[in-house]
Design a protein around this ligand. Sequence first.
Ligand code: ZN
Ligand code: ZN
Length: 253
Amino acid sequence: MKVELLPSSIPVTEAQFLVSFLVNDVVAVDAGPLGLLSDLARQERVRHVFITHEHLDHVATLPILLENVYSPGPDCIELLGLPDVLDFIHRDIFNGRVWPDFFELSTGANRFVRSTPLTVLEPVERAGLTVTPLPVSHCVDTLGFLVDDGRAAVAFPSDTGPTDEFWAQLSQHRHLRAVFLEASFPAAYADLAAITGHHSTTTFAAEIKKLPGDIRWLVVHRKPRFAAEIAREIEAMGLPNVELVKPGHVYEF
Ligand SMILES: [Zn+2]
Ligand SMILES: [Zn+2]
């Protein structure tokens, strides 16, 4: 399985302002910078976009993406997410003011987008991947995803603070290879992390102990203002199998 955290800074650096992962070029988890890929053919290859939640850093360029890849006909990108999240995206972004209502404009023969509601713990199969929506603990209802190609599985907990069901589900999984876990704040901002449903480096270090085993932990979602401080703190803790994600790098699992 190929996984890339798309870059979201100009010019490309390790600063992460937005969130979008590409899996095997065809499936995306979130659409932060997805509509900014300079190679339009890469945008056109994306067929299924799983949305973890409605926060703007996770859906920012969804309208741009759908416009970029539109061509007349029934083929279109599929959006998958919680029913409420799909509804927020429709009503608050594609509302005919912020952006044209691509949902209303999509008819059977001519579509910009189609949406599929997800249910927690009910896996769906797309593009040779089994994608299981799992609950996490953010300040709004948010899904994490477990993506499995039959040989390797990778987990995307999205935005979350300390959580339990997610790890309980993952612990039953035999070929889990990697988790892209957030660490949004340094230790000094633990209170803010708790209020906003994110990890500080302190809770990050405690959280990874909930899932023992030979798993690669990739640190994502460092708030850019604190990115260097978070990196220093994580390095100082000497945690095994923990590394900072490299935006634009293609990971193979
Ligand atoms: Zn969020
Ligand atoms: Zn976020």
